[in-house]
Structures are given as C-alpha cells and as structure tokens.
Design a protein around this ligand. Structure first.
Ligand SMILES: Nc1ncnc2c1ncn2[C@@H]1O[C@H](COP(=O)(O)OP(=O)(O)OP(=O)(O)O)[C@@H](O)[C@H]1O
Length: 224
C-alpha cells in the first residue's frame, strides 16, 4: 500500500548563531494519516525540529516539505490561548480568514464538538483544567482546518489521567479525520497510542519504527 507523504524532512541541519549544532543531517518521513511520536534526551533537538516544520525557524541546509497546513500545540497552553473564553479563543484564530459570522460560528462549534468541549464554549479560559486548555488549542487548529498537528510535550503539565485522555483523544481525531500528527514526549506510556516513533539523538534520527520496540529499548537504557 502506498501512502502519500505529509511531512518530509531531508538532510536538515540547523545551528544557532552561537555555533552549537542542534540538527545534524536529520531526515524523516511521515505519511498522511499517521500518528507519530518523537523521543530523545533533553537538548537532542526535538523542539527545534518542530519549529522548523512549522516554519517558525528557517533551516540553513536541507529540505522540509509539508503537504498542507500546520497547527501547533505547545507544552503550556497559557502561552497560546489569548482570549477570555473558549469560544472567543477558537474564533480568534479565524480572524485572518474571510468568513461570515455564521461560518465562524459553525467552525467554532464544530471544532469544539470534535474535542468534546461543545458544552464549554462560554466558559472562561481560566476556569478550565490543563487538559481542557490543550483541547481548546487543538480545536483552534481544527477550526483553521489544519491537517497536520505538531505537539511539543503537550502532556508535560498534566496528571496521568488527563495525559492519557488527551493522547487517546488525539489518536481518535487523527484516525477519524485523516489528520497527521507528530507528538514530542518524554513519557513512554504515550507510545502505546501512536503508529510509529522516532528517536532523536544529537540532532539525528538514530532509530525509528515500532513504538513498542522503541519503548522497550529506551526503558532498558534508562534502567541499565
Ligand atoms: N533560542 C535559542 N538560542 C540558542 N540556543 C537554543 C535556543 N533554543 C534552544 N537552544 C539550544 O538548542 C538545543 C536543542 O534544543 P531543543 O529545545 O530543540 O531540544 P529538545 O530536544 O526539545 O529538548 P527538551 O527535551 O529539553 O525540550 C539545546 O542545546 C538548547 O539549549
């Protein structure tokens, strides 16, 4: 079966002006409809890679090809939710698009329903749990019709129950809507939810494939 490529990274390198090399001839491919995870030690270049994919940073050498539009979900939702209420925040992401009032209302309610938050549309952001805030950020990306979702340690601030709720929800969204997702994590239990995983070390993909194999390998390194 051939699968079309949603994210292609080819021989990508990136250094900060200070000279430290963060990505070093990094390559990976992700097919449309895949839920992939990216693992690696602190400083291995995971966040930098996501920022290059999202166009928030420019690479010096190598290529990035993205089929579609990218939505980004950060570790701390308080850095990305800007409006006072749930519905207003999702609508705010649509200001650049030429939509009628009714179209905006439709997109907001449809995207909140997709993350099971339809009942919280009028709720102030400050009154949400961490997991609910992350779902508002995801609804924002869905409202903008992003087909590629990048997650930078989205569960780092969540307790175990909300962590597993979120990753399960993202898996369902990816599978029911044919989205593509790349999810950075340090929490190995989350590997149970993805299709494929990549291990980054010193700015290069050093291993990739079956998440359960990678999980065993990483936990044996961590314990050994
Ligand atoms: N704005 C910046 N200027 C200079 N160096 C930076 C900047 N941002 C990150 N770095 C450095 O780039 C390297 C890679 O950082 P990056 O955040 O991509 O790693 P990471 O794998 O996401 O790590 P973590 O798991 O800790 O989030 C680190 O050594 C970091 O100190």
């Amino acid at each position: 079966m051939s699968m079309s490529t949603a994210i292609a990274v080819n021989d990508l390198s990136f250094s900060w002006p200070s000279g430290s090399k963060v990505l070093d001839h990094c390559s990976l491919n992700i097919g449309q409809g895949e839920f992939c995870m990216l693992l690696g030690a602190n400083g291995s270049g995971k966040s930098t890679l996501l920022r290059l994919l999202a166009g928030l940073l420019q690479s010096q050498t190598g290529q990035v090809a993205i089929q579609g539009s990218v939505g980004f979900v950060f570790q701390n939702p308080d850095h990305q939710l800007v409006m006072p209420t749930v519905g207003a925040d999702v609508a705010f992401g649509l200001v650049e698009e030429k939509l009628s009032f009714l179209q905006v209302r439709q997109r907001v309610s449809e995207s909140l329903a997709a993350v099971n938050l339809a009942h919280l549309q009028r709720r102030p952001i400050y009154a949400l749990s961490g997991g609910q805030k992350q779902r508002v950020a995801i609804a924002g990306a869905i409202a903008r019709q992003c087909n590629i979702l990048l997650f930078d340690e989205p569960t780092a601030l969540l307790d175990l129950e909300s962590q597993l709720d979120l990753v399960e929800q993202v898996r369902q969204l990816v599978k029911t809507r044919g989205l593509t997702a790349l999810w950075v994590t340090h929490r190995l239990i989350e590997l149970d939810y993805c299709d494929r995983a990549f291990l980054l070390d010193q700015g290069r993909v050093v291993d990739q494939g079956d998440p359960q194999r990678l999980k065993q390998q990483i936990s044996s390194i961590a314990c050994g």
